[in-house]
Design a protein around this ligand. Structure first.
Ligand code: FES
Length: 128
C-alpha cells in the first residue's frame, strides 16, 4: 500500500492517490486509472515517452531497486541513466531518479512522481 503523488505542469495541482502495491501493475497503469496524463506510446519499455522522475518519500529505507534490462537500455540510450548511476543502483540499491512509468511497479513505499507532460522529456525542476 502506497501513496503515489503525481506532479506535473499538465495537472492543476499535485494529485495523491492510494495504490495497493503490486495490485495495479505498473505506475503507468495507476496513472491511467486515475486520469493522470503521463505521455506514453509503446507501453513496453522501448520508446522512453513515459519518462518520470520518482522520489521515495518518508524516512523508510527505499526498497531494493528492481529494473529490467530493457528499461536500463532505454533510459541509457535516452541519456537518463549514466554508468555511475547504474553502478550505484546495481551495487548499493541507490534508486535511479529517472524511470519509465510503464515499467515501474508500485511497491509498499510512498513516492513522488514528477513528469513534464511531454513524451520523453524530463521535468524541469527549476519551475516555480
Ligand atoms: S510507453 Fe514506451 S517506454 Fe513506456
Amino acid at each position: 500500500m502506497a501513496n503515489v503523488t503525481f506532479s506535473g505542469p499538465t495537472l492543476p495541482k499535485d494529485i495523491t492517490v492510494y495504490a495497493i502495491a503490486g495490485d495495479n501493475g505498473t505506475l503507468l497503469a495507476v496513472a491511467k486509472k486515475n486520469d493522470i496524463p503521463i505521455p506514453f506510446q509503446c507501453q513496453d519499455g522501448e520508446c522512453g515517452s513515459c519518462l518520470v522522475k520518482v522520489t521515495v518519500l518518508g524516512n523508510k529505507t527505499p526498497n531494493a531497486v528492481s529494473m529490467a534490462e530493457k528499461e536500463k537500455v532505454t533510459l541509457s540510450v535516452n541519456g537518463k541513466l549514466d554508468k555511475q548511476t547504474l553502478h550505484k543502483m546495481e551495487t548499493y540499491d541507490v534508486p535511479s531518479p529517472f524511470r519509465l512509468a510503464c515499467q515501474f511497479i508500485v511497491r509498499d513505499e510512498d513516492i513522488l512522481v514528477e513528469f513534464s507532460g511531454e513524451p520523453g522529456v524530463e521535468i524541469d525542476l527549476r519551475r516555480a
